[in-house]
Design a protein around this ligand. Structure first.
Ligand SMILES: C[S@@+](CC[C@H](N)C(=O)[O-])C[C@H]1O[C@@H](n2cnc3c(N)ncnc32)[C@H](O)[C@@H]1O
Length: 261
């Protein structure tokens, strides 16, 4: 699969963004602290008229409004259709995985967080084409969304092929930190799943180390096949296709929300 440079989500560090892809920092940050930031691009190639129109007409319908700091949203109340559970996908890119899961699981509400506008418009198209009513969008840093989710309110959180930031001095920009894993664990219901995929071995190891320090997350793998093979209900993602084409086999890590002993 060949990806057009300017209409694919940014992948800072490991895969150069190219001209025009200057990373932009949107909020303050600290190394492994709670106040994470979005460091990627917000815009790529100029949007076509139809995409602009979807952005104007459909995004306001799907976009979440967050309450003031300290208050929480009711995830299940976000959807106009009855839902049995709610999932979150952080950094959905072009939304291929999110849209496929929403189509297969019409009674699951899925919230997608993605600040890259060219990715958001792709998801909007899939929502429009598929008449999906179980999707909501947060087009900003997922950190703020996590903070607005109540404890034990989701049954799955996905973080798929997050920006790798491979240089040592950039690693503090990685989405996975002690603080973000604690937040993900907090919003998961007991027994809920956090699924992480990456083609960057160092990032998989980074995540395992931090998850091992999080008493509420237990790695579910029992054998190598559990982290070398994709999950059974896995439609793949755009960045996965890119990784496989480049000969980088991904790791699939799944963690279950457990109660601390
Ligand atoms: C390498 S891309 C992967 C996209 C998609 N998950 C896939 O596998 O094709 C990483 C995505 O994460 C998004 N991202 C980075 N930091 C984020 C943040 N703090 N909150 C939400 N999304 C973020 C980027 O905009 C980018 O689209």
């Amino acid at each position: 699969m060949t990806l057009g440079r300017d209409d694919s989500p940014p992948h800072p560090g490991g895969h150069p963004a190219g001209p025009g892809g200057h990373p932009a920092v949107s909020v303050g940050h600290d190394a492994e602290g709670a106040e994470r930031a979005f460091y990627g691009r917000r815009k790529g190639k100029r949007l076509r008229a139809g995409q602009e129109q979807r952005l104007v007409e459909l995004l306001p319908v799907l976009r979440l409004t967050l309450p003031p700091p300290g208050a929480f949203i009711d995830p299940q109340a976000l959807f106009p259709v009855p839902t049995d559970e709610v999932w979150l996908e952080i950094g959905f890119g072009g939304g291929e995985h999110l849209a496929a899961q929403a189509t297969r699981n019409p009674r699951t509400g899925i919230i997608g967080a993605e600040p890259f506008v060219n990715g958001v418009v792709k998801l909007l198209r899939a929502v429009d084409d598929g008449a999906l009513r179980n999707v909501r969008v947060w087009d900003e840093d997922a950190t703020a969304l996590l903070a607005a989710l109540p404890d034990a309110s989701l049954t799955r959180v996905y973080l798929l092929y997050p920006d790798p930031w491979p240089k040592r001095r950039q690693r503090k920009r990685r989405f996975v930190s002690d603080a973000s894993l604690a937040e993900i664990a907090r919003v998961l219901k007991p027994g809920g799943l956090f699924r992480f995929a990456s083609d960057i071995d160092d990032y998989a190891g980074w995540t395992l180390v931090r998850a091992a320090r999080c008493p509420q997350l237990a790695w579910t793998a029992e054998a190598a096949r559990d982290w070398t093979r994709a999950w059974a209900d896995w439609p793949g993602t755009r960045y996965e296709a890119k990784a496989l084409a480049a000969g980088r086999p991904p790791s699939y890590l799944e963690f279950r929300r457990v109660s601390p002993a």
